[in-house]
Design a protein around this ligand. Structure first.
Ligand SMILES: Cc1ncc(COP(=O)(O)O)c(C=O)c1O
Length: 387
C-alpha cells in the first residue's frame, strides 16, 4: 500500500484517511435498501462538519444527541437543522429550549419527567416516545438504559394525551451492530400493535415510526451484510406500515465505519517475555478508543508485506497505561521502528471516543478517497497469518 505510506510520510502520523466517497456510498446504499425510510444519520459515531455536508448533499437527515452536535450542524449547514431529530431521551431544560429556538422540530422522550420538561419550555415540540425492546445479545443493549416498556408506554401516552403533548409516534433502538434483523422486525410488529392501541383508545393516528439504529458494519467477513439485513425490515415495514406512516431511522455505525482508515507508525520496540513488543503512535486512548467498550478488535496491516518468518508480537499504544494494547500475541512479520501500519473500517465510535490522556498528539483527519475494495484485496492477497 504505497499510497498509504506516501500519505503517512507526507502528513506524519497518527492520521486518519477519510473517504467522502465511501461515506456517501454507504448512506446512498441505505437509501436504496430501505427506500421508504428517511435515514437520520446519527452523528455520535462520527460528529464532523464534513459528514453533515455529505448527508446534506445526499438529501439526507440527521440525528443528534446533544446541543454540541446541534451547534456542529448549525456551523456546517444551517439548512440541515430542519431535517434533524434530537433523539437523546434525557435533556436539560436549557437544551430543550435551545433546540426549539434553533429550529429542531422533533425530539424523543421516554418518561413523565421528560414530557413535563418539554411541555414547560417547548410545548409545540413534536415528540417521539421511545419504547424499550430489551436485547441481551446486542453489542450494546440500549433498551436497558432507555425506553418505556409496553405497560409504562400506555400510562405515558395517556399522560401525554392529557397534558396535550404533541406526540407524533414512537422510536426504538434494538441495540448496536445487530447480526440478525429479527429484533427490528419484531419491534416493527409490536409497534403496529401499539399504534393500533393508541388509535383504538384515543382516536389518534401516529404520523411517524422511527426504527432507530443498530444496522451492522462489516468488520469481519462473517458479519451480516447490510443489504441482506435490510430485506426483512423492508418487508415488515411494507406489511405492517403501508398506511402512509412517515418512516424514519437513525443509523450511525453502519454509515460511519467504512470511511476511515487509521494510519500509525512503529515508534519503539523491545523483545521481552518471548514476544516482540511494538509501541505505536496511536492506541486505545486515541483512534482505537472504541475497543475499550465494544467487543470489536481492529487488525493492523503493514503498508508492505515481507517474507520474513512471523514472530509472536504485541502492539501497544503510545500512553503509559498497561491496557493500551491494540493486538496481543499475534504472529506477525518482523517490523522496524518507522514502519507504518493501518486499520480499516474504524470510522464509527473510534475517533469520536478519543481522549486526551497523556496529552499525546491526536490523530488528524486527512481527506483521501481510498478504494476500500482495493485495500481489502491487498489484505487478502497477503500471506500473513494472525494466530
Ligand atoms: C438514540 C440513538 N440513535 C442512534 C444510534 C446509532 O446507533 P448505531 O450506531 O447502532 O446505528 C444510537 C447509538 O447509541 C442511539 O443511542
Amino acid at each position: 500500500m504505497e499510497s498509504i505510506k506516501a500519505l503517512a510520510e507526507q502528513h506524519g502520523t497518527p492520521i486518519i484517511l477519510f473517504s467522502e466517497n465511501e461515506f456517501s456510498r454507504v448512506y446512498q446504499s441505505m437509501q436504496s435498501y430501505l427506500p421508504r425510510v428517511k435515514h437520520h444519520f446519527a452523528l455520535k459515531p462520527l460528529p464532523t462538519q464534513e459528514c453533515i455536508k455529505l448527508i446534506s448533499a445526499c438529501d439526507g437527515y440527521l440525528d443528534i444527541a446533544s446541543i454540541g452536535e446541534l451547534a456542529l450542524v448549525k456551523s456546517a449547514d444551517p439548512s440541515m437543522v430542519a431535517r434533524t431529530v434530537y433523539t437523546h431521551p434525557i435533556k436539560k431544560e436549557s437544551d430543550i429550549e435551545e433546540a426549539a429556538r434553533s429550529g429542531i422540530k422533533t425530539m424523543v422522550a421516554e418518561n413523565f419527567t421528560e414530557l413535563r420538561k418539554i411541555m414547560k419550555v417547548a410545548p409545540q415540540m413534536q415528540v417521539l416516545l421511545r419504547i424499550a425492546f430489551p436485547n441481551e445479545e446486542a453489542l450494546c443493549n440500549l433498551s436497558e438504559r432507555y425506553g418505556a416498556d409496553e405497560e409504562r408506554f400506555e400510562r405515558l401516552y395517556a399522560f401525554a394525551h392529557k397534558i396535550g403533548a404533541n406526540v407524533i409516534g414512537c422510536s426504538f433502538h434494538v441495540g448496536s451492530q445487530m447480526q440478525r434483523p429479527d429484533e427490528h422486525v419484531n419491534a416493527i410488529v409490536q409497534c403496529r400493535r401499539i399504534y393500533d392501541w393508541v388509535f383504538d383508545n384515543f382516536g389518534v393516528r401516529f404520523k411517524v415510526l422511527d426504527i432507530g439504529g443498530g444496522f451492522p458494519a462489516k468488520y469481519k467477513k462473517t458479519d451480516m451484510d447490510l443489504e441482506l439485513f435490510c430485506i426483512p425490515i423492508r418487508q415488515a415495514l411494507d406489511e405492517y406500515f403501508d398506511d402512509g406512516t412517515d418512516l424514519w431511522s437513525e443509523p450511525g455505525r453502519s454509515i460511519a465505519a467504512n470511511c476511515h482508515v487509521a494510519v500509525t507508525q512503529v515508534i519503539g520496540k523491545v523483545f521481552k517475555n518471548n514476544r516482540m513488543w511494538y509501541y505505536l503512535d496511536d492506541g486505545v486512548y486515541g483512534t482505537y478508543a472504541g475497543m475499550m467498550y465494544e467487543e470489536i478488535s481492529y487488525d493492523l496491516h503493514p503498508t508492505k508485506y515481507n517474507e520474513e518468518e512471523p514472530i509472536l508480537s504485541v502492539f501497544a499504544g503510545p500512553t503509559c497505561d498497561s491496557i493500551d494494547v491494540i493486538l496481543k500475541d499475534v504472529m506477525y512479520q518482523p517490523l522496524n521502528v518507522g514502519d507504518y501500519l493501518f486499520s480499516i473500517r474504524i470510522g464509527a465510535y473510534g475517533w469520536a471516543s478519543r481522549t486526551q490522556f497523556n496529552l499525546l498528539a491526536e490523530s488528524r483527519i486527512i481527506p483521501y478517497d481510498f478504494d476500500l475494495q482495493e485495500i481489502e484485496e491487498y489484505i487478502e492477497e497477503s500471506e500473513l497469518v494472525f494466530a
